[in-house]
Design a protein around this ligand. Structure first.
Ligand code: 5AD
Ligand code: SF4
Length: 486
């Protein structure tokens, strides 16, 4: 917990526990034995992780294997994020290291994929002569072909599709890092005008996948042993709106799939919260009791400058409604500090929001101006970095205190978790999440992964809940009401 993430100031452990995560895929995915080995490094959000899974599928089919060891890699591929400056810097410094490595291993192929690739394009190839190929956010399906080409004739390739294109999701449902759970992309891109955000530029306009596509994919995953799905979209609660569907309708449809036990979805936009969705979460017993609903700020003035489409009052009203209608629901938030024009008074409004809403987890970011966003060059980045850092620290301290209190209040309560995995250091130390997305750590057998266990919370720190096992693991939840009532 002492190692902090440079971009957010949060402990790395926290980062890894939640929605955002940066990592070399380790242990490496299973590929084609004996094939050339690829090291895949994934920066950023869950969407990127899923994109990485699509890349794994394509590479495996093309005869590649995987490694997490630099020295034996024939290729290093970076799946990148463009949301903050710092994420892009990290990729550049990594490319610097790879350029050095390539001096002694000229055969090493290096590729940059995803959001930063989409944003920087040709500039990346120009800046890094050692870089072999760049593939954008809608080119993941082509990665195997590009890598083959680069390895065969050492050409350098830029592959950036027009981002408004329809997406083809060629997914092999059997390729996924976890036995019991899977991510499902339900939409791509974003149509929101948030002035600070680069996503509409890197991922293009909002496109929802059809109801039938999504349901079929979930059914295939469930047939292959998946018990929990997480539906992914930048504004997932707007899913299907152009096609006359709604996320609430999809939750009801998924509720009918036998052997599927949990449905989560991230990320929701406050402006798109509606009654149908609230009723659906309340009615569907399989629906997770956690809503990632980023407020970004507690100041209506800042929200207007950010073009978020709601006020502080409206956000609070939504939270009050959710809590009234869905007992046990927990809310996760993202907040940006130091956006253009943020005064002490604006910041205090955010402090109040954090204290009043009591998010079960929240990610707090310093504003990072991004070229190509509506704010860039128009709304001055006028909050000094020192002030941004101070505000970030204050909010992180408040959030940590809230989490400590929240966790301590859970001591003695019972929860049913889906076992997600075991600690790398100690295979008997398992972890899993309850319906409300709390992460519990407990002792058990690594073979329990993908099963449900009933636990009682015995200890709490701001970041961890420790628990003891009350009943043997089962294939299905014993009591779907458990997490809804404790
Ligand atoms: N600077 C800082 N944080 C940002 N986010 C998005 N764009 C920026 C930016 N330019 C944050 C928002 C979003 C999360 C994924 O990243 O809080 O919800
Ligand atoms: Fe970015 Fe706003 Fe879209 Fe979220 S809703 S991805 S913050 S533009």
């Amino acid at each position: 917990m002492d190692q902090k993430d440079a971009a957010t100031g949060l402990p790395r452990e926290w980062q890894n526990a939640g929605i955002m995560n940066d990592a070399v895929l380790s242990p490496p995915p299973v590929g084609t034995p004996g094939g050339p080995k690829v090291l895949l490094e994934v920066f950023g959000c869950q969407m990127n992780k899923l994109d990485a899974e699509l890349v794994v599928t394509a590479l495996k089919r093309a005869g590649y294997d995987f490694t997490d060891d630099d020295d034996e890699a024939a290729a290093v591929l970076l799946v990148t994020c463009a949301i903050r400056d710092q994420a892009e810097h990290r990729v550049h410094s990594h490319l610097g290291e790879l350029a050095v490595a390539k001096r002694s291993r000229p055969d090493l192929a290096v590729g940059v994929l995803g959001c930063q690739a989409q944003r920087e394009g040709q500039d990346l190839l120009t800046r890094w002569p050692s870089l072999d190929f760049v593939a954008g956010t809608r080119d993941f399906g082509k990665v195997a072909k590009l890598l083959d080409q680069v390895r065969a004739d050492r050409t350098r390739v830029l592959s950036i599709e027009g981002i408004a294109d329809e997406v083809s999701e060629q997914r092999d449902v059997t390729v996924r890092p976890h036995r019991g759970r899977a991510f499902v992309n339900v939409m791509r891109g974003c149509d929101k005008p948030c002035t600070y955000c680069v996503v509409p530029r890197t991922r293009g306009a909002e496109v929802s996948r059809s109801m039938v596509d999504v349901v079929t994919e979930v059914e295939e995953l469930v047939a292959d042993g998946v018990k929990e799905v997480t539906l992914l979209g930048q504004t997932v609660n707007a899913w299907g709106r152009h096609e006359g569907h709604s996320l609430g309708e999809l939750l009801h449809r998924l509720e009918d799939i036998d052997d599927l036990h949990r449905v989560r979805f991230i990320t929701s936009h406050p402006e798109e919260m509606d009654d149908t969705l609230v009723s659906a979460i309340a009615a569907c017993r399989k629906s997770g009791l956690f809503l990632h609903l980023p407020p970004q700020s507690g100041s209506s003035r800042m929200l207007r400058r950010m073009a978020r489409g709601y006020t502080n009052e409206r956000y609070r009203e939504i939270i009050a409604q959710l809590r009234e209608r869905i007992p046990g629901i927990e809310i996760g938030g993202d907040i940006i500090v130091g956006f253009s024009g943020e005064t002490d008074e604006d910041f205090e409004a955010t402090v109040d929001l954090l204290r009043d809403v009591r998010f079960s987890q929240s990610y707090i970011f310093r504003y990072s101006p991004r070229p190509g966003t509506p704010a860039f060059g128009r709304l001055e980045d006028d909050v000094p970095d020192k002030v941004k850092r101070k505000r970030l620290k204050i909010l992180n301290e408040i959030q940590t205190e809230i989490m400590r209190e929240r966790h301590e209040a859970l001591i003695g309560t019972r929860h049913e978790v889906l076992v997600e995995g075991s600690s790398r250091k100690d295979a008997r130390r398992l972890f899993g999440r309850n319906l409300a997305f709390d992460r519990l750590v407990f002792e058990g057998e690594s073979s329990w992964e993908g099963q449900f266990v009933t636990l009682e919370v015995t200890g709490a720190t701001p970041l961890t809940l420790s628990a003891k096992v009350l009943a043997e693991p089962t294939d299905a939840p014993r009591d779907t009401t458990l997490a809804r009532t404790t």
